[in-house]
Design a protein around this ligand. Structure first.
Ligand SMILES: C[S@@+](CC[C@H](N)C(=O)[O-])C[C@H]1O[C@@H](n2cnc3c(N)ncnc32)[C@H](O)[C@@H]1O
Length: 243
């Protein structure tokens, strides 16, 4: 038995929010620190907003995610607003200085319709001039090629439980990659399998969606030190502004 709550706890163990040591987390932490109100779309377990509040952010902080088990962990902090829903469900408040999608959450937006509806809702949640910051893995780096059982990890999971975790890519169709994540006992006995499809948009396609939704590009980076996107970049990091 490995419940949704266990999976959410494992996510936090595997993906600690550490702006002091991880440049990706620092990138977002600086943006959050500069914004008086933040909507974190696909907030998951809420680690970014937990950190921000815990380190003195005094403005409005809202986390939005469709995953109930992840949100239940987020709700351990009650001085942040937590909302269950997808990006497309973001309320049209025209209120936020910053919206974020961290941890490649943007790649969960798979269909054109979902992308359009999500971007429209995020834009409507932002005040005029508000920023939307997110990253998507650059397809040229083919990150999914490392998502296979030969990269399995042995680790100590929630409640000190010894675990083995690995990924397996089922299909690569156009810009969609479908893969499973397996959580198992150390001897390989499977506890749970989660299937995910992620979209790997090219830069030009991404920018068409952003422009059509009413965003202008403010910053575009290929790494977390704000270097340009090059033929070697693994990330497409975007800071867009609501027109
Ligand atoms: C890899 S996790 C990233 C979580 C968190 N942002 C982080 O940096 O650790 C992706 C998150 O996106 C959420 N998600 C999936 N589809 C979504 C959608 N349509 N709108 C908003 N969030 C979504 C998932 O529930 C999950 O919590």
């Amino acid at each position: 038995m490995f419940s949704d709550a266990d999976a959410a706890a494992l996510y936090d163990l595997l993906n600690p929010w550490e702006p002091m040591s991880r440049s990706s987390d620092r990138f977002y932490d600086e943006l959050v620190g500069d914004a008086d109100s933040v909507l974190d779309v696909g907030c998951g377990t809420g680690a970014m907003l937990h950190w921000a509040r815990g380190h003195g952010h005094s403005g409005r902080l809202v986390g939005l995610d469709p995953d109930r088990a992840a949100l239940a962990r987020a709700r351990r902090r009650t001085d942040v607003e937590w909302v269950e829903g997808t990006a497309a469900d973001a309320a049209p408040e025209a209120a936020f200085a910053l919206a974020t999608m961290t941890g490649h959450a943007f790649q969960c937006l798979v269909t054109d319709e979902e992308l359009r509806a999500s971007l429209a809702a995020i834009r409507a949640a932002l005040r005029s001039g508000g920023r939307f910051a997110f990253e998507t893995r650059h397809p040229q780096a083919r990150a999914w090629q490392d998502w296979n059982p030969s990269h399995a990890r042995e680790l100590t999971g929630p409640a000190g439980r010894a675990l083995r975790v690995w990924h397996h890519v089922e299909s690569v169709t156009g810009d969609l990659v479908t893969f499973t994540g397996t959580t198992a006992e150390p001897d390989g006995r499977v506890l749970r399998v989660d299937r995910t499809t992620l979209r790997f948009l090219e830069v030009a396609a991404l920018d068409e969606f952003l422009a059509a939704a009413g965003f202008v590009l403010e910053g575009r980076y290929g790494d977390w030190d704000r270097g340009p996107v090059t033929a070697a970049s693994r990330e497409i990091i975007t800071v867009a502004r609501r027109m």
